[in-house]
Design a protein around this ligand. Structure first.
Ligand code: ZN
Length: 340
């Protein structure tokens, strides 16, 4: 049994999100989907806490990365969209749990009265990002939302995750007529929920780089999909203390060739930052420059196969300062600039 949370929570500066838009350069920049509502779902003394959001905003603001961005409006995801991935019984049960006062969904996963509303909005941001990219309104998008999603399986939430935003976004893309979606997950933990959602589905190439052995215990290299989906799950387990070079080589050697062969029409990235050297929940040594390089490689794949269409979704990342710096580096890379 692996537990996701084994460390004490950290603190971060508190700021208000800032925004300023000028249309001149907006069409070229990555859209950032943000909301003050993502500081709801107050988990208390828990590493996946609301202060992750202002830590990101502070770094983006200080680097001038909130200016001139295209704006993508979004609202909460509907039951119909969510139930493309999650079992029909799950959402009513989760709603009832939250309405009844919430508590712990599992040892790691806190539910408050507003948690389902916040998670629905996070999913809605993912869907709006996909819509905006498919419509050509924005070239790329980064959903800066919480709670994270990639551990949430069709049957239910776990590991800080309530609804699987990236999986629901992929299912939404299929409903919009996209034929093939590659999901690249570089969170330090294996994206078991996303894998489960598409394990037998050849329309999704799910690729995960993750620490091994580590929470949640899945993600062995021999987990490759089943039935029609056999060969469409690519797990790349990595030893503790893997650094930028190891991550980039793993992506280049094990994932990039598979994505080329798959030729996705949309790339989704489960962008967790808990492989950062400073992170309390991971044992890796990735830096913000490494994350920027991973993002740049994903962007190159999107440009080659998917007309540049890429949507990144925030997953983990529990050292607020490192999280802010890493998100800023990835935003810069997705904008097509050199990492700062
Ligand atoms: Zn994680």
């Amino acid at each position: 049994m692996f537990l996701l949370w084994k460390e004490s929570p950290l603190t971060s500066p508190e700021i208000e999100p800032a925004s300023a838009t000028q249309p001149a350069r907006a069409a070229q920049l990555t859209a950032l989907l943000r909301s003050e509502r993502f500081t709801g779902h107050d988990t208390g003394a828990h590493p996946e806490h609301p202060r992750r959001m202002p830590a990101i905003d502070l770094e983006l603001e200080q680097r001038g990365l909130l200016r001139d961005r295209p704006v993508v409006q979004f609202g909460p995801a509907t039951d119909k969209a969510i139930n493309r991935v999650h079992d029909a019984a799950y959402l009513p049960a989760l709603d009832a749990f939250a309405t009844g006062g919430g508590g712990h969904l599992d040892a790691d996963t806190v539910v408050r009265a507003d948690s389902v509303e916040v998670a629905r909005l996070a999913v809605g941001a993912g869907l709006a990002a996909v819509d905006a990219v498919l419509a050509g309104d924005v070239p790329r998008a980064f959903v800066l939302a919480r709670p994270p999603g990639h551990h949430a399986t069709p049957r239910g939430g776990m590991g800080f995750c309530l609804l699987n935003t990236v999986a629901i976004a992929a299912a939404h893309a299929f409903a919009r007529g996209v034929e093939r979606v590659a999901i690249i997950d570089w969170d330090v933990h294996h994206g078991n929920g996303t894998q489960d959602a598409f394990y037998d589905d050849p329309r999704v190439l799910f690729c995960s780089l993750h620490q091994w052995p580590w929470y949640p215990g899945t993600g062995a290299a021999n987990e490759r999909g089943t039935g029609a989906g056999e060969g469409f799950t690519v797990n790349v387990p990595l030893a503790a203390r893997s650094d930028d070079t190891i991550y980039l080589h793993a992506l280049r050697d094990h994932i990039v060739p598979r994505v080329h062969a798959f030729a996705p029409r949309l790339i989704l990235v489960s962008a967790g930052f808990d492989a950062h050297a400073d992170d309390p929940l991971g044992g890796m040594r990735v830096t913000e420059r490494g994350f920027a390089s991973l993002a740049g490689a994903c962007l190159a794949l999107a440009e080659e196969h998917a007309d540049g269409r890429l949507v990144a979704v925030l997953e983990g990342g529990y050292a607020p300062d490192a999280l802010g710096r890493s998100v800023a580096a990835v935003v810069t890379a997705l904008d097509g600039d050199a990492p700062g």
